[in-house]
Design a protein around this ligand. Structure first.
Ligand code: RRO
Length: 308
């Protein structure tokens, strides 16, 4: 079964790939993604300076999902710029994710990362875990100004990673911003920010930073992810491709994202829990789902959620 897909003219050998943040910070992790069946190599969101991130423990997996407050640990954009040529040798797209601590940081990184020629650049407007820094994408005015400044510096396709929104009015406002900023694809969604998971036995949070508050991922966020994929797909008339991220644990979850409008899907929590072997399993499961339904490609189902 052919599970390859195309986004903004870039061909991906598989619709399954890592979500930024999951096993993609170090050179070794990125090379392992290159050797795996991941349909792309997505980097950890990078900052101008290298960062060690928030204090540990800062990731916790549990049966329904995960909570993290990593705090942007990464090698710094210069290191990723140097690594990109090596990563491109695997013959699949390289997506460089950038996440500034201020607006000008995005511009600094975009200039240099663009020169290193990743296949796509993803502008992360939705990190929930930097103490004192709100998620940029919850402010549409700030988001539009930033995207309009960064867009001319990027000559490869540019994507935007958004947080979940929980009200149709917010979907509508952000869809307008996206439609006006020459965005080539959307990645929906980042983790559901500022949840709290506690251990009732120890009577403590399960992660240390921010009093235990962190971004939720995994199975429990699938309905939120699907709602955001569906909302933006409809508001943008299916004209901007979407990578669906959130709650993809089995092949059928990916099919649900596709029905809502996703072209590809990314896996975070399940990749951290299962390792890079997860891509082979997901491909097998999705291929079986398509076969059962008598489908030969994902395209046939994209956005085709039926009305009840
Ligand atoms: O590093 C993180 O804490 C982090 C980031 Br940049 C992000 O975009 N989403 C997330 O859940 N964690």
């Amino acid at each position: 079964m052919d599970l390859s897909i195309t986004i903004a003219g870039v061909k991906f050998p598989s619709c399954f790939m890592n979500a930024s943040g999951a096993l993609c910070m170090t050179r070794e992790e990125l090379l392992a993604l290159g050797r795996s069946r991941s349909g792309a190599i997505v980097t950890k969101s990078m900052t101008v300076e290298p960062r060690s991130g928030n204090p540990e423990p800062r990731y916790y997996g549990f049966p329904g999902g995960s909570i993290n407050s990593m705090g942007l640990p990464n090698l710094g954009y210069r290191a990723y710029a140097e690594l990109i040529p090596e990563l491109k040798q695997f013959g699949k797209p390289v997506i460089a994710s950038i996440a500034g601590l201020c607006e000008d940081d995005f511009l600094t990184m975009a200039r240099v990362i663009n020169q290193a020629r990743p296949d796509l650049i993803e502008v992360n407007l939705s990190c929930p875990n930097i103490p004192g820094k709100p998620q940029i994408a919850y402010d549409p005015v700030d988001s539009e100004r930033l995207l309009k400044r960064v867009r001319p510096l990027i000559t490869v396709p540019m994507g935007v990673k958004l947080p979940p929104y929980f009200d149709p009015a917010h979907h509508a406002v952000m869809a307008e911003v996206i439609a006006h900023c020459q965005v080539d694809y959307l990645n929906l969604i980042n983790s559901v920010g500022n949840g709290l998971v506690i251990d009732p036995t120890r009577e403590t949070p399960v992660i240390k930073p921010k009093g235990g508050f962190g971004g939720l991922g995994g199975a429990l966020i699938k309905p939120v992810a699907l709602a955001n994929v569906r909302a933006f797909w409809k508001l943008l008339g299916g004209r901007i491709p979407i990578i669906g991220t959130g709650g993809v644990v089995q092949g059928l979850d990916a099919y649900e994202h596709v029905l809502c409008g996703a072209s590809a899907v990314q896996v975070g929590t399940v990749l951290v829990e299962e390792g890079v072997g997860v891509f082979e399993r997901l491909e097998r499961e999705l291929a079986a789902e398509l076969k059962t339904r008598g489908l030969r490609s994902l395209e046939e189902s994209r956005g085709k959620l039926k009305e009840l």
